[in-house]
Design a protein around this ligand. Structure first.
Ligand code: UDX
Length: 450
């Protein structure tokens, strides 16, 4: 089989490499010629464990090629996946579909129905109704083409977590496809056939439902995170322990243990964007989705509240204090800073008069360039950041931080204050080393006694 994937970003590149690994001939197209040249030279601009090897191996095997022009890639393609960005509109909630619309016009121009009936598949997260819109754009661009005869449009949303995207693609707990076309269903089944060996749950439904499943899944997971974050605040007021609470909740199979880890709020390029896109669609259709709206509000308020929490733990005044921040990415094993809680928390700590020395295992080249971190000093190791600080704040639960010995932390800090906004460290070990430890939802915030 031959496919084209439009977009060499996070979703497009992972999907291209994984489909190629299945033995499918993949052409990955991106309008950014510089990025295409990098990829052709075997350099992968995305920090995703295992991706560079997968790309190199499949490119060397001749199954994966990169192009910057779509029209000469479509040709005999059995399917063309749209994996371009669908960011939130500037200042709004709805998704910006301009990249999808442009890709659709380019695909329509390149279609040659005589040689092969091509299935156009949306892999990007798109608003409900986008597949129908794509069909309209193709017909408007090429009036002679008939949907269901010369081409089809299907939805196949991605469920890839940053940092474990290849694992999620190769071992999905479900593949969701939306289409009304038997031909499109046949092509999609053939593309995912290599996953069949594991009795892959492949679900077919209509296009609108497939589009909504993706938005609803991320909104629900985001709601779960905002829920446990609120429970963490409650635990702090009633001297309960949120980790035991989460464990107790998770033993109920209807709830499950995952996505019940409290923190400084969710970030990333998906949860905030998808929850906002779902709210925007609901508003357009005059439907109340107050649970999702509240999930978003709780999350945004939490990020801002975390800086106040740091000040509260440090006895109410941090002016002139030196704070070490460990981790600025929105989650570990990624270099992605989009919507990261650090973008709100660090500027607020600076506004409160503290100085901040930060360290992130993904590197500081990208964060250094951000205005939010303009006044941040960057360390090249956790120990360097900790040295002579009046407190350490853990913002991202990189495994590297879990390996920090409590006595070493105590030796390096000027003041023995550990504020662990991810509950990544062992509270008892910290206290045994004489550190004053604060974790999220780990009982009342006492004036930091031993
Ligand atoms: C998410 C979805 O999980 C994935 O299925 C979808 O395809 C894309 O969006 P991702 O955004 O990469 O994946 O990260 P994820 O691991 O889901 O975490 C999202 C945010 O929630 C992160 O900021 C994370 O720190 C936070 N989170 C997650 C918590 O605060 N607590 C949790 O228990 C889990």
């Amino acid at each position: 089989m031959q496919i084209v994937i439009v977009g060499a970003g996070y979703v497009g590149l992972v999907s291209s490499a994984c489909f190629a690994e299945f033995g499918i001939n993949v052409t990955c197209v991106d309008s950014d010629s510089e990025r295409v040249r990098e990829l052709q030279d075997g350099r992968v601009p995305i920090f995703e464990p295992g991706l560079e090897d997968l790309v190199k191996r499949n490119a060397a095997a001749g199954r994966l090629a990169f192009r910057d022009r779509l029209s000469d890639a479509i040709g005999e393609a059995d399917a063309v996946f749209i994996a371009v960005g669908t960011p939130s509109r500037r200042g709004g909630q709805a998704a910006d579909l301009s990249f999808v619309q442009q890709a659709t016009r380019d695909i329509a121009t390149g279609l040659s129905p005589v040689s092969s009936r091509t299935v156009i598949v949306t892999k990007s997260t798109v608003p409900v109704g986008t597949a129908a819109l794509i069909e309209q754009i193709v017909v408007a661009t090429r009036p002679e083409l008939v949907p269901g005869r010369d081409f089809d449009v299907a939805s196949n949303p991605e469920f890839l977590r940053e940092g474990s995207a290849i694992e999620d693609f190769m071992h999905p707990d479900r593949v969701i496809c939306g289409t009304e076309s038997v031909h499109a269903e046949h092509v999609l089944r053939e593309l995912y056939a290599p996953l069949d060996v594991r009795n892959l749950p492949m679900m077919f439904t209509d296009r609108a439902t497939a589009e909504l499943i993706k938005l609803a899944a991320n909104s629900f997971l985001a709601m779960k995170v905002s829920f446990i974050n609120e429970m963490a605040d409650l635990c702090e007021r009633c001297d309960a322990d949120v980790q035991d609470l989460a464990q107790g909740l998770g033993l109920d199979p209807r709830i499950g243990p995952r996505f019940l880890h409290p923190g400084p709020g969710f970030g990333g390029s998906c949860f905030p964007k998808d929850a906002n896109a779902l709210v925007a669609i609901a508003r357009e259709l005059d439907v109340d989705v107050r649970l999702v709206e509240t999930t978003i509000r709780v999350n945004e308020a939490r990020k801002a509240a975390m800086a106040d929490r740091v000040r509260e733990v440090m006895d109410g005044d941090i002016a002139g204090k030196r704070i070490a921040v460990l981790g600025v990415t929105f989650k570990p094993n990624t270099d992605d800073l989009r919507e990261a809680p650090s973008l709100i928390i660090v500027p607020k700590l600076l506004e409160m008069g503290a100085s901040v020395t930060a360290y992130d295992p993904a590197g500081s080249a990208a964060p250094r360039a951000l205005p939010e971190f303009r006044h941040v000093r960057w360390a090249d190791s956790a120990e360097a950041a900790l040295r002579d600080a009046d407190a350490v704040v853990v913002l991202t639960e990189w495994n590297e931080f879990r390996g920090l010995a409590a006595h070493r932390i105590a030796d390096l800090l000027r003041e023995p204050v550990v504020i662990d906004l991810r509950n990544a460290l062992n509270a008892q070990e910290m206290r045994n080393a004489g550190l004053r430890y604060y974790g999220v939802g780990r009982g009342r915030i006492h004036p930091l006694g031993p």
